[in-house]
Design a protein around this ligand. Structure first.
Ligand code: SF4
Length: 186
């Protein structure tokens, strides 16, 4: 079994690979289409996977920073946990300039990094926020036990419902016994 020290070492190597990656044309340019590796607690039973790195996430090198991250922060509060207790990443680790939709080739190119991150963290529950994240996870884990529900852009009441639903999922994942990680859910 991989111990904590070697998992941290693997994550450091993985972060360096992501920062140096040039697989996708026009991606991973500093301050324009920059990348950020997955972030947070490597022991988290819950991983949250978004679509791609947002513009404001490039400088702090932190997925879900402000913007849609504020919705997640509210969900974390409801679930009685902090952002740093969880593991957060994206299907596409670079920022697609101008907030354009990720290309299929970018999702495919980046999927090996997502896989390596999840193999290090080994969460019991993976929340896919968005179509691209769900597609990447279903490709990587076709036999995972899954509950799919569509993630709608939150507005007014929908925003509250969405926040509550995320917090319930986090609570559920956090309450699962993590001593014998063998199965994942998406
Ligand atoms: S999106 Fe992923 S695969 Fe493409 S350049 Fe960035 S880190 Fe590399």
């Amino acid at each position: 079994m991989t111990n904590d020290k070697s998992r941290s070492a693997l994550k450091i190597l993985l972060n360096a690979d992501i920062k140096a990656c040039r697989r996708c044309e026009g991606m991973n340019e500093n301050g324009v289409t920059q990348s950020a590796p997955g972030w947070g607690n490597l022991d988290s039973p819950v991983a949250i996977v978004g679509q791609s790195l947002c513009e404001q996430c490039m400088a702090p090198q932190e997925p879900f920073y402000e913007g849609s991250g504020s919705l997640l922060e509210a969900a974390f509060k409801l679930a009685d946990c902090d952002k740093q207790d969880l593991f957060l990443t994206n299907a596409v680790h670079c920022h697609p300039g101008g907030n354009r939709k990720s290309l299929v080739v970018e999702i495919a190119n980046c999927s090996s990094y997502l896989y390596r991150e999840l193999e290090i963290v080994r969460p019991r529950l993976v929340l896919a926020l968005g179509e691209d994240a769900a597609r990447a996870l279903l490709f990587l884990y076709p036999t995972a036990r899954k509950v799919l529900s569509r993630f709608e852009p939150p507005k007014n009441l929908a925003r509250r419902r969405c926040r509550t639903s995320i917090s319930r999922s986090i609570r559920h994942g956090s309450n699962v016994n993590t001593t014998a990680p063998s199965k994942r859910s998406t």
